[in-house]
Design a protein around this ligand. Structure first.
Ligand code: FAD
Length: 304
């Protein structure tokens, strides 16, 4: 599909970083979905800016993908451009006062290890979240009592017109799995964090404990997007699903994990259609039984 839009892409970004008909299944932790018409791996901020403006001028839909750990891709794929902000756009700087500046593509596992290696504390919670910083700030990711909101100082973003804006913590409107980035379709370029020195032994111990807890409680050996639903106020989604008798319930190759009912897993050949049917079935069953409406956490991509 080397058409006019492709030619415009390679005027902005090196041709080796531009792909067409790219399988998205391999780019997500759920391993579901079809191909994207166009897929780019920018390494520079000005490339991202130009890509946004190009898409706007050409009326081409675009989607920012980090590590694809919270995305369900349509079985039909995506008719647009995926701007993939992963490790190739993931520089990190940690200064002597504990101020961390990181590009959005850095993986949280790598970022948290780099921060811990300099004996700074406060980011241990993020090590086991299999996403990028971009996805984490957008979703205000959190785990085991910590969240992005606790340590972020500022975010540098691009708005839909291609302008670069620096926004402070308050303006980010970080709440449970939400931020202003979702409302305004901002793209995270970079974020700044402040940490304090900690006890190296305690930092390592905490990280080991959290790793162990995840391995014991979550089906990490299976394809999933983590918790399928947000935590309803006053309840745990996993417990409601389990108490509704859905542990191990299957639709095609999609299954409610027996290890952790909050996780909906793909046993290998699952489809987006079955995944969505499963979400609907779970929502209806829990609603009928407990009068609680579960809200999916996952983002949908493509015509589903
Ligand atoms: C096994 C497992 C465990 C998990 N555990 C947790 C957990 O403990 N806590 C938790 O909060 N989440 C958890 N998750 C969910 C997921 O890892 C997080 O939501 C993560 O922050 C998503 O990051 P990502 O880079 O994969 O984003 P993606 O899945 O690629 O994208 C998610 C959303 O963020 C947007 N986005 C991505 N990058 C950018 C950017 N640079 N600028 C603007 N928007 C962007 C996308 O457009 C999309 O809307 C888990 C997932 C799995 C598979």
């Amino acid at each position: 599909m080397k058409d006019v839009f492709y030619q415009k892409l390679v005027e902005i970004i090196d041709a080796t970083k531009v792909k067409t008909n790219e399988p998205l299944r391999e780019r997500t932790t759920l391993h579901i979905g079809g191909n994207a018409d166009y897929f780019v791996l920018p390494t520079k901020t000005e490339e991202i800016q130009k890509l946004i403006l190009l898409c706007r001028n050409e009326k081409m839909p675009y989607f920012i993908m980090g590590n694809g750990s919270n995305v369900l891709v349509s079985d039909l794929g995506y008719r647009g451009l995926i701007i993939y902000l992963n490790e190739q756009y993931g520089k990190v700087d940690i200064d002597k006062d504990g101020f961390v500046t990181a590009q959005s593509g850095v993986l949280l596992s790598k970022l948290s290890k780099s921060i811990a290696a300099k004996d700074y504390t406060g980011f241990e919670f993020a090590e086991g979240i299999p996403g990028t910083l971009g996805g984490a700030v957008t979703m205000n990711a959190g785990a085991y009592g910590g969240e992005i909101k606790d340590c972020i100082v500022y975010a540098k973003v691009i708005d839909i017109d291609g302008n670069i804006i620096k926004i402070n913590k308050e303006e980010l409107l970080l709440g449970y799995r939400r931020s202003v980035l979702q409302d305004k379709k901002y793209i995270l370029l970079e974020a700044g964090f402040q940490f304090n020195k900690g006890n190296p032994g305690e930092i390592n111990k905490r990280m080991l404990e959290l790793r162990k807890a995840r391995r014991e409680k979550q089906p990490l050996e299976k394809f999933s997007a983590g918790s399928a639903f947000k935590r309803p106020v006053g309840y745990y989604a996993g417990k409601l699903i389990s108490d509704s008798g859905l542990r191990g319930y299957q639709i095609g190759d999609i299954e409610v994990s027996c290890k952790h009912c909050g996780f909906v897993i793909n046993n290998g050949n699952g489809t987006a259609k079955d995944f969505l049917a499963m979400l609907k079935y779970i929502i209806k069953t829990v609603e009928d039984k407990y009068d609680v409406t579960l809200e999916p956490e996952i983002r949908l991509l493509g015509d589903i």
